[in-house]
Design a protein around this ligand. Sequence first.
Ligand code: ZN
Ligand code: FE
Length: 254
Amino acid sequence: MLNISIIKCLTDNYSYLLKDEITNTVGIVDPSEFTTVDKEIEKKYKKLDFIINTHHHDDHIGGNLELKEKYNSKIVCSFHDKGVIKNTDINLRDGDKFSFGKTDFQVIHIPGHTLGHVAFYSKGAKVIFSGDTLFSLGCGRIFEGSFEQMFSSIEKIKNLPTDTLIYCGHEYTEKNGEFAISIDDQNKILKERIKNVASKIKQGLPSIPVSLKDELDTNIFLRCENQKIKSKLQMDNASKLEVFTKLRNLKDQF
Ligand code: ZN
Ligand code: FE
């Protein structure tokens, strides 16, 4: 069994502290900063076997070196980020298996936000760490890749089992919801979700994780073939990629 604790970092980042219960393996996904994350590690486990990075941005690796030094952890990241992320130990390619104790992760290369961006997906634990590629009710900005790359990266996640829980890199859900409802304005499930998210945030709770099923119903970036969305954009005959590109451009200006 995989135990996951959510740690709020910086303004709106999430780091995830993992423990494989059977083997007492401990890891952290995307440690944004040392102090906040280490407080939790000290409190809970007092050890850290792995530092797992989805991509090279500072808000995802900020705690890497201090944590590695303190706990002698191994840094795990994409093959593409070797040299970009300092002092890495395990560099993985698309389709590679990463064994975290008895929990197996599959590495999925999902370029777009950055070229080396990866997701860590566990079929057994039914979770995916999606970094800054797929957010709840949204998707990441395209910095290094193309729209086409980002679109196909998101399609890869879209094809996973629908009961997969998504753990993403930021708490952007409320803002994403505002944009989503401006486009998908008749979506009743989306309206309900926006209410639920607002009440969680009000209580100081994370809106994460969210199931892929809920995202398929409400995340417009996963719904580029939806006829109502296409009509709203006056793109009735456009391809999914064209709709995706339009949505991503509109979101950048929202
Ligand atoms: Zn990023
Ligand atoms: Fe980020």
